[in-house]
Every structure is written in structure tokens, then in C-alpha cells.
Design a protein around this ligand. Structure first.
Ligand code: SF4
Ligand code: SF4
Length: 307
């Protein structure tokens, strides 16, 4: 066995932008992870919302937004982005106007190689989530290493879902042997009839912290959920969440029917004029990192407190 060495976590090189959008491009994926929000909600029903558009059409939508808000950061998520038709072409058109950060399951060597050969690494970064129940370790790690070789910031994340917490340390070591740092994410959702993260036992929390290697930091946020209801938040004002039909919401937690603040496809679309109090109990998807004042987000990330 190779000697263990610390894996590399790459710092983002994308400039901080005034406006950040999280964009659920479509509801389709080559996996069916049991802990996935979309698997639980039902892929077939969600797929009815998908409004597929060509690279040129998306280029025009995002050109219009850039004319209004300048160069923004787009966080591309939802389903598996690399299964979107002509994904690299869409990203090429969009990155003419904005920077993008993509969350992927890192499973598709062909589309990833196509992307890596066509996209400028100074405009796009990747968060690759490893799904041990369905992913092949070698194929996944090789895709991450290819992206890095081509100059992209590409990091790895592992979800501390109770059904896969046991092998976390082994995978962390394995990634480190490949020169990659494995980040952990806390699970929000139901498992065996219990609601997480509240249902993590003290033993499970201690195990998660020992794999992370620290007691308090960005990866431990959520282990002890803190209510943020009523906190003034710029979600809707300088941050927004776009679903696959183009409807825009303040954030993922406030993304139910009737809560939309407009459509990105509407030429008259505008963000809200000011910050508003949070109307959700918890900020489950770390959207506070973009939607709060930077010092508030840092406090929660590094001290585990909310002002
Ligand atoms: S890879 Fe991601 S989007 Fe696809 S099923 Fe798994 S968690 Fe859901
Ligand atoms: S604090 Fe989080 S959940 Fe609340 S409005 Fe802001 S982004 Fe949404």
C-alpha cells in the first residue's frame, strides 16, 4: 500500500461576484442514489419541468442577465449536469457571460473529457461528489485527476449518509493516496424513519468529526442544526435559485409552488430590491455562504454561530 499523504483541496480561483445564481439545469441523472432529494421526490414527475434549450438559447438568456447584473457566478446543479444535451456547448456559451461552478457525480469520462478540452478553466470549477454505492472509485478519481491536469479546480465531496458512514475514512485515505482531499457533507433527510442531521447519535457525530479532522469548520456545519428563521438574508436579492423550468426562487428551501419571484426566461425578470428575513427553519444547502454578508457566513462556517 502507498504511504498515506495529505490530499490536496483546491481553493476556488473564481472571483467573488455581486450576484450568484444556483441553477438546476434539468432533472435527469444516470444514478438513482437512495439519499437523493430527486429520487425521493420522484424523477418522472420532476422531469416534466425540464425546459431544454440549446447552447445559443441559453447564451442569449444569460447575456441578458449579464447586461443587467454584470458577470455573475452560476452554481450548476440538479440531476447530473453532464447528462444535459450538449453540456460543454451550453457551458461554453454561458461562460462568455458568467463564471460557473458545477456539481457533478464525476461518472462520465466522455462528456468530462469533451468539457475539459473546450472550456476555459479560469471560468469554470467543479465539485465532484463521490457516491460509493454506485460509483467506481478508479473511474471517478481518474476523471477528477483529468480535470485537474487540464487546469480546473476540481474538489471531491462525500455525503455522510448513515448508510455509508462506515467506509468514509478508508475512502478518505484512498483519495489522499491519489493526491485528492475528500470533503464531507452532512446529510439532511430521512433514513430508516428518522430525520437527519438531528438523528445522528453522539457516536456518529464524533466519527464524522474524526474523519473531517476538526471539531468545528465548514464541513461540520449542520451537525448541530441552528435555526436561521428571521435572519436578514440576501437570498432573492443578490442570490437566487433557478429550477429547470426557469422559475426563480429565493433559495432551495423557499422553492415551493407559489414562492417563485419570477422566471429567468422572462426578459423583464428582476431580483428583489432588498434583503428579506429568512422564512425557512434551517439553511440546509449552505446557501448562506453566498446569500449572507461574508462575515456572517464566515462565523457560521468557522465558529458554528449565527449573529
Ligand atoms: S448522482 Fe446526485 S443527482 Fe444523481 S441520483 Fe445521486 S445524488 Fe441524485
Ligand atoms: S438563510 Fe438560507 S434558507 Fe434562509 S432565506 Fe437565506 S438562503 Fe434561504
Amino acid at each position: 500500500m502507498t504511504a498515506e499523504r495529505p490530499g490536496l483541496n483546491m481553493d476556488s480561483r473564481l472571483p467573488r461576484r455581486q450576484v450568484v445564481f444556483a441553477w438546476d439545469m434539468h432533472y435527469a441523472c444516470n444514478y438513482r442514489c437512495p439519499y437523493c432529494f430527486y429520487t425521493v421526490a420522484g424523477w418522472e414527475e420532476l422531469a416534466k419541468k425540464c425546459a431544454y434549450k440549446s447552447a445559443a438559447e441559453w447564451g442569449e438568456v444569460w447575456r441578458r442577465i449579464a447586461a443587467k447584473y454584470g458577470r455573475c457566478q452560476l452554481r450548476i446543479t440538479a440531476g447530473e449536469p453532464f447528462t444535459y444535451p450538449e453540456f460543454a456547448g451550453v457551458v461554453a456559451a454561458v461562460t462568455d457571460h458568467h463564471d460557473v461552478q458545477i456539481t457533478t457525480n464525476g461518472s462520465l469520462p466522455g462528456p468530462i473529457a469533451d468539457f475539459a478540452s473546450r472550456i476555459d478553466p479560469s471560468r469554470a470549477e467543479l465539485d465532484c461528489t463521490f457516491h460509493p454505492l454506485v460509483s467506481d472509485y478508479r473511474l471517478f478519481a481518474d476523471n477528477v485527476l483529468l480535470l485537474r491536469k487540464k487546469g480546473f479546480v476540481a474538489n471531491v465531496c462525500y455525503l455522510a449518509w448513515p448508510g455509508q458512514t462506515k467506509p468514509m475514512m478508508d475512502f478518505k485515505r484512498r483519495f489522499a493516496e491519489d493526491g485528492i482531499h475528500m470533503n464531507l457533507a452532512v446529510f439532511w433527510g430521512r433514513y430508516q424513519g428518522r430525520d437527519y442531521p438531528q438523528a445522528y447519535t453522539a457516536e456518529e457525530k464524533a466519527w464524522i468529526k474524526s474523519v473531517i479532522g476538526q471539531d468545528c469548520g465548514p464541513e461540520t456545519v449542520g451537525l448541530e442544526p441552528i435555526s436561521v428563521k428571521g435572519k436578514l438574508c440576501r437570498a432573492g436579492h443578490t442570490y437566487a435559485d433557478i429550477q429547470a423550468d426557469g422559475k426563480v426562487y429565493r433559495c432551495g428551501q423557499l422553492g415551493r409552488e407559489g414562492q417563485s419571484i419570477g422566471s429567468i426566461l422572462d426578459p423583464a425578470f428582476a431580483l428583489q430590491a432588498a434583503a428579506q428575513p429568512c422564512a425557512a427553519d434551517y439553511c440546509r444547502c449552505k446557501e448562506y455562504q453566498s446569500a449572507w454578508e461574508p462575515e456572517d457566513a464566515r462565523d457560521l462556517d468557522h465558529k458554528g454561530v449565527v449573529r
